[in-house]
Design a protein around this ligand. Sequence first.
Ligand code: UD1
Ligand code: UDP
Length: 370
Amino acid sequence: MNKKKIMSIFGTRPEAIKMAPVVKELEKSPEFESIVVITAQQREMLDQVLSVFKIKPDYDLDIMLPNQTLSQITSRVLEKLDPILAEERPDIILVHGDTTTSFVASLGAFYHQISIGHVEAGLRTWDKYAPYPEEMNRQMTDCLSDLYFAPTELSKKNLLASNIDEAKIIVTGNTVVDALSETTLHGFTHPVTKELKKDSKKILLTCHRRENFGEPMRNIFKAVVDMVETYEDIEVIYPVHPNPNVKKLAEEMFEKQERIHLVEPMDVIDFHNCMKESYFIMSDSGGIQEEAPSLGKPVLVLRDVTERPEGLETGILKLVGTNTQTILNAVKDLMEDTRYYKSLSTKGNPYGDGLASKRIAKALKEYGNK
Ligand code: UD1
Ligand code: UDP
């Protein structure tokens, strides 16, 4: 039997977490030859995920530079991927989401006239600079793709609005929900637990978006400091993103705060289980917005717009932006209005049902058979 050669290309932590269930599904089937290429746009954070899911890449482009620019990622990925695409000539490549790795890998495949499958296709804010550069990364990837794995009906609608042929779109659910079913089987055993007061409420914080660098991030961190000063029974756990723009400010603003615990990025098992134990989450992350509903945890989304509005409708996500007072008002609601808090936790996950990677594998089996 002629196997279909599927090359999955990814480079950052969230892509790896969300592509791991797909890679595992492809590996299970005798109909596929699965090849994994990592750009290592992120080094340590990506390696953490590969180790948790036991994925051994076939190619490692190893392109990360400290404080890298978008142009450096773009040129280095394009150049190093080129000979691999020429040599392997897969039947289709798979990319994920909206990172610069995803866009550039699609561009590289297009130059070789190789088909492209976009996992997590169709998310939109329709705002060129929010999030930056992700909104244009995903629009450009969608522009180049041949097969679209849209996580929700809304993302399908966005693709149709971009003039994509409906026959090329499959609504699959988000693969992160598939990943969660494995990671949350464990407990939260991270060393930071020893530093936390018994019976305190744990608030989990993450923050890394490029458009939040500088003043917006300073305003967010100021809200976190005020929050800790207002409520004596809370402790903040903050796995700090290694980007120097984030790390420096976090250390400067939280240095003297005993109840704000800065830790290294957690591996995904620790992180998901930390989410599970949190009272609520504050984050500008994309993936965390999709995971929290499965765990019934409210998220204050530290952004002005989101491409994941489905969770806003159920109330589990609340868009609070980066204004200090607006964030504090939302914290007050969660801390002081118990009835409101309880009403948020039981509404299910609008982003997926845990079967997305199976649907993707099925569509890939059928792709190009006619
Ligand atoms: C990237 C993605 C963003 C995604 C995020 C997930 C782009 C343009 N941005 O942003 O969409 O939400 O990843 O985390 O694709 N660093 C390390 N070690 C690591 C990772 C990062 O030291 O393991 C430092 C390096 O100095 C690196 C910098 O962080 O240059 C920025 O990393 P990069 O992947 O370019 O940008 P992110 O802001 O993480
Ligand atoms: N995550 C993790 N360890 C951490 C912080 C986050 O494993 O210390 C996971 C989180 O559960 C989610 C993903 O990383 O699956 C989100 O990554 P990130 O916020 O870096 O990127 P985004 O989703 O915003 O693109």
